[in-house]
Design a protein around this ligand. Structure first.
Ligand code: SAM
Length: 247
C-alpha cells in the first residue's frame, strides 16, 4: 500500500515513520509513505499557503489553490479512484472498521489541515472522505494522519510478526479484549488467575471470552448492543449478571 500525506510540517513524520511497526512495515515492503510539503505547490514566491478568512474572525484559512494542485498532481499517478481523505474534527469518526476498509485500498492521499482549517472549496472539489480521530481539537491534522496510518498499516499482510493477534484485539470482534498477565505469578499480593496457569486451552478460551464480555459490558455497553450475541455469549452474560448482583 502507498500513502501520500500532504502537510506543511513534513518533519513531523520523520521519527514516527522510522520506529517500531511503521518502520518495519516499510522495510518489508508492505507500506510506502510519501510525505509532501504543501508549500511545493504554493503559487507565489513566498510559498504562502494560508490567507485571512472572508467575513473576518480569528485565525487563518488554508488556501484552495496549493491543496487542490497537490491533490491533482498526486491523483495523476494514483488514478481517479484513490481516496482523498481530509483529516478534520468534523469528519466521520475513524474506527477499526474504517481502518479495515482503508487497508483494502492500494493507495490513500491524506490532507492535514492547519489554522482554522481548509477553504471549503477544497472539500467540495477534491476531497472524497473526511475523517476525525475524536471529539477534540488538534492544532493540525498531522497527529490524526499518523493515527490513521498506524491503524491501517498494522492490518497489512506481512506487517505483524503474529497476525493471529489481530483477531482477539479490542474492536476486531466488536468486544474489548480480555485482560493480560505475564510473569511473575504473584506481584504485590496480586495473583494471575489460576485458569491461565492450567494449560487447559478450552477453559482459557472460555475465561477470556467471558472477561471480554464483562469488560465490554462495564466499559462500553453500547458495543454489546450492536452485536448479535451467540448462545454462549448470552450464557456468559447471564453468569456475569448474577456475579455482579452478588458483589
Ligand atoms: C485547529 S484545527 C481546526 C478546527 C476547525 N476550526 C473546527 O472548529 O472544526 C486545525 C486542523 O487540525 C486537524 N484536526 C484537528 N482536530 C482534529 C481531529 N479531532 N481529527 C482530525 N483532524 C483534526 C484538521 O486537519 C484541522 O483542519
Amino acid at each position: 500500500m502507498r500513502i501520500d500525506v500532504i502537510t506543511i510540517f513534513p518533519g513531523f513524520f520523520s521519527s514516527p515513520l522510522e520506529c517500531s511497526m511503521l518502520g518495519r512495515a516499510q522495510q518489508v515492503g508492505a507500506l510506502t509513505v510519501q510525505v509532501h510539503d504543501l508549500r511545493n505547490w504554493a503559487t507565489d514566491k513566498h510559498r504562502v499557503v494560508d490567507d485571512y478568512p472572508y467575513g473576518g474572525g480569528a485565525g487563518m484559512v488554508m488556501k484552495p489553490e496549493p491543496l487542490t494542485l497537490a491533490v491533482e498532481d498526486l491523483l495523476r499517478e494514483a488514478g481517479p479512484d484513490c481516496p482523498v481523505i481530509l483529516l478534520t474534527p468534523q469528519g466521520q469518526q475513524f474506527d477499526q472498521a474504517k481502518a479495515e476498509q482503508l487497508a483494502q485500498q492500494a493507495q490513500l492521499i491524506l490532507i492535514c489541515g492547519h489554522y482554522e482549517g481548509v477553504d471549503e472549496r477544497v472539500r467540495q472539489s477534491v476531497v472524497t472522505e473526511e475523517l476525525s480521530i475524536g471529539d477534540y481539537i488538534l492544532t493540525g491534522g498531522e497527529p490524526a494522519a499518523l493515527v490513521v496510518i498506524e491503524a491501517v498499516a498494522r492490518l497489512l499482510p506481512g506487517v505483524l510478526g503474529n497476525p493471529a493477534s489481530l483477531h482477539n484485539e479490542s474492536f476486531a470482534s466488536g468486544l474489548l479484549e480480555y485482560p493480560h498477565y505475564t510473569r511473575p505469578v504473584t506481584w504485590r499480593g496480586m495473583s494471575v488467575p489460576e485458569v491461565l496457569l492450567s494449560g487447559h486451552h478450552e477453559k482459557i478460551r472460555r475465561w477470556r471470552y467471558k472477561q471480554a464480555l464483562r469488560r465490554t459490558r462495564e466499559r462500553r455497553p453500547e458495543l454489546l448492543e450492536q452485536l448479535e450475541l451467540t448462545e454462549q455469549a448470552r450464557e456468559l452474560l447471564a453468569e456475569i449478571e448474577a456475579e455482579c448482583n452478588r458483589e
